[in-house]
Design a protein around this ligand. Structure first.
Ligand SMILES: Nc1ncnc2c1ncn2[C@@H]1O[C@H](COP(=O)(O)OP(=O)(O)OP(=O)(O)O)[C@@H](O)[C@H]1O
Length: 670
């Protein structure tokens, strides 16, 4: 009965143009091969967020050749394969019922070795489940690369569909592996990939499912870079206010699906005001914090900055931890001497004014002033016994150790997103979410900035004064302009061409520290060609005095303390070209008072090639480990740490190497 119905159904289908049965009947009639039915694939959308694409393409000429559109390419989300229509399964060319080829295409286990005859993304292939991942020995087509377990989120069995030729009783069992593929233009930018394996052997599929999912977890445990294995519970902060206000949408459509595929449980908190994320972290009970493996910011650099500050506050990361006490003492002595000299000069000026005004000069007033000024200075900066160190530290021991084990992720949804661009080499939210779900981890430097009035802040990107500080301070009131506000206010500040008198003291990085940073740089995946002599001119390395502070005073258009390279669309090579996310260095940029044209040149250098260490005429870039800056005179700018204004302009900053663990693996190149 079945056979009769099948024959009848096949006859009907053969008569209907467009059906596979019709195509086969035609082929049998004419002897021409059947055209393969195109795979249902989403349109290839241009990926706007590959900020590094041009740079990398310029370095690798071979990449300039246009790449054929990839049917898997989709910039945002995984496709829902549960609802995929069985009829959308591609036809296999050249086989007819009854032929040997047809028998093989029924996707039965291969006779020899571990290989299984399967259909992979519509291609006939011999699939091998090895120790490191799934590899494909393709039979009908080339170009299916191996997929390591370390690049898989999970495997999942889909509902079976009717088998080829729609014969009753033929069921095709399907398994999908949630993974990614690298963009042909920029290896650091990843696209969702759902690898579809189809076979008639259900038991094999079920066994593979167990083995693949177990291997994904096992390989993650083996990696030394993963102290806590794959993240299982994450606290996610979503800033609906940042950038183009798409954070909530990015969370729902891009990030949550990735976390779901990786079985990550998450608690999402939509921030209600500036400082909300930081306050929530600081006030969180230790038991609750211990329930999370990491904290994720979906927003801009400002939200990431808040999370870092919250966590480091819990850890009580104090200043002066990596410098010798005598190095702080040396700075202290210098500051007291300059303060005394200032006070003496002020007293002399007061006497002069009094004499000129015909009044008798005050006795001992000058000396008293000198002493007071010196005392005021000594309470400011970090030597033992001074205010900063004698402040009672509230050390939350238990919470602190929990916070120390917390990894931090940044999903870009802000205006600049320098953190995500620097860590991942792309502004793709999907890529950032994958790094988190795959449990990637690497250390990140943090700059602790102490102000003279007793506040402190932690920065991971940049702390700036002068031009950049003014732009950041003023652009806050133009937030309604969106990311364009930085350009508009930047043009305004360029026209104003302001400069500020400052005293700068910095402790230069020692040559071996720079060399070590160079090694880190070479080890990092990005820019393998960089060597230390290129990065730091010989002249600079010779003039670097071992462990001695350098003091200078001058009229500056801008001062910047750059911690990570700070790559973004505005500076594709990074503000500090040879910076690294964990080199333990502050890249101190000092731009002297200059003409508008010169400052424009500086900005162009910053955005095109990035800044390299050394003297560059009117601006200098110095690798340092600690910096002290104080304004002199009446006119002052604003200090700005990662977009947040600091309340006082006398600052001391020190870098803490690799103090935070971030969900990232370094920028990948082809
Ligand atoms: N609900 C909210 N309403 C107002 N401000 C908020 C809210 N949530 C967070 N903020 C604050 O908004 C500021 C800016 O946010 P965010 O950094 O995420 O975006 P952005 O400034 O547009 O991006 P970028 O820092 O990359 O330029 C942060 O300082 C953050 O503290």
């Amino acid at each position: 009965m079945d056979t009769t119905v099948t024959k009848l159904a096949n006859k009907v289908l053969e008569a209907v143009p467009g059906t596979p049965e019709h195509a086969i009947a035609k082929q049998l009639e004419t002897g021409k091969p059947i055209e393969q039915r195109p795979t249902a694939a989403p349109a290839h959308k241009p990926v706007e967020d590959e900020i590094m694409r041009n740079t990398i393409r310029a370095k690798a000429p071979g990449l300039d050749t246009p790449h054929p559109p990839d049917p898997d390419a989709h910039p945002l989300q995984f496709r829902d394969l549960h609802t995929a229509d069985a009829s959308a399964a591609p036809m296999l060319s050249g086989s007819t019922p009854g032929s040997t080829r047809y028998q093989r295409e029924q996707l039965l286990p291969a006779a020899a070795g571990d290989g299984m005859e399967m259909r992979v993304d519509g291609h006939q292939a011999t699939v091998t489940l090895g120790k490191t991942g799934v590899s494909f020995l393709t039979v009908t087509s080339d170009g299916l690369p191996a997929v390591p377990f370390s690049e898989m989120l999970s495997a999942e069995v889909l509902p079976p569909i009717r088998g080829v030729w729609r014969l009753p009783g033929t069921r095709l069992h399907r398994m999908v592996i949630w993974t990614f593929r690298r963009s042909p233009q920029n290896a650091a930018c990843w696209h969702p990939r759902q690898l579809l394996l189809e076979t008639a052997a259900e038991n094999v599929l079920q066994e593979w499912l167990q083995r693949i999912n177990a291997a994904i977890v096992q390989q993650a445990r083996r990696q030394v870079a993963l102290p806590a294995g794959l993240p299982q519970r994450l606290l996610v902060f979503v800033n609906p206010f940042g950038g183009s206000r798409r954070a909530q949408q990015i969370w729902e459509t891009t990030v949550r699906p990735v976390f779901d595929k990786a079985s990550i449980k998450s608690r999402a908190v939509e921030t209600e005001h500036g400082g909300h994320a930081r306050a929530l972290l600081i006030s969180m009970p230790a038991e609750e914090l211990a329930g999370y493996d990491g904290v994720v910011a979906i927003g801009g650099d400002g939200l990431f900055h808040e999370i870092i500050n919250g966590l480091l506050e819990l850890r009580s990361v104090t200043s002066g931890t990596s410098l010798d006490q005598h190095q702080w003492a040396e700075l202290q002595q210098h500051l007291e001497e300059t303060a005394a000299a200032d006070a003496a000069a002020a007293a002399a000026a007061a006497v002069q004014t009094a004499v000129e005004g015909g009044q008798p000069p005050q006795q001992h007033g000058g000396e008293q002033q000198v002493q007071e000024a010196a005392q005021a200075k000594s309470s400011m900066f970090g030597v033992p016994g001074c205010a900063r160190h004698s402040q009672p530290q509230i050390v939350h021991h238990r919470t602190g150790s929990i916070a120390a084990s917390m990894r931090v992720g940044h999903i870009p949804a802000g205006s600049t997103d320098a953190v995500a661009c620097t860590l991942n080499g792309t502004r793709s939210a999907f890529t950032a979410a994958m790094h988190i779900a795959l449990g990637d981890g690497c250390p990140l430097d943090v700059l602790r900035v102490d102000t003279a009035s007793g506040e402190h802040a932690f920065a991971t990107c940049m702390v700036s004064y002068g031009f950049m500080g003014d732009v950041m301070a003023e652009s806050e009131s133009y937030r309604w302009l969106g990311p364009m506000r930085y350009d508009v206010i930047g043009a305004k500040m360029l026209a104003a061409n302001r400069s500020y008198r400052v005293r700068i003291s910095y402790l230069p990085a020692e040559p071996d520290q720079i060399a070590a940073a160079g090694k880190v740089l070479r080890l990092a995946v990005w820019r393998t060609s960089v060597t230390v002599p290129d990065a730091y001119p010989r002249l600079y390395r010779l003039s670097c005095r071992r462990g001695k502070w350098v003091h200078l005073e001058g009229e500056m258009a801008g001062v910047m303390l750059v911690v990570m390279p700070c790559r973004s669309e505005k500076s594709q090579q990074g503000v500090a070209r040879y910076g690294h996310r964990s080199d333990g260095l502050i890249h101190l940029v000092m731009v002297k008072k200059c003409s508008r044209l010169q400052y424009l040149r500086f900005l162009l250098t910053l955005s095109s090639t990035g800044l390299a260490a050394g003297e560059h005429g009117f601006f200098t870039v110095v690798p340092a480990v600690a910096v002290h800056v104080e304004p002199v005179g009446l006119r002052e700018s604003h200090w700005n740490a990662d977009g947040e204004l600091l309340p006082n302009n006398h600052i001391t900053a020190e870098v803490h190497r690799g103090v935070i663990e971030v969900f990232a693996r370094g920028v990948e190149v082809h």
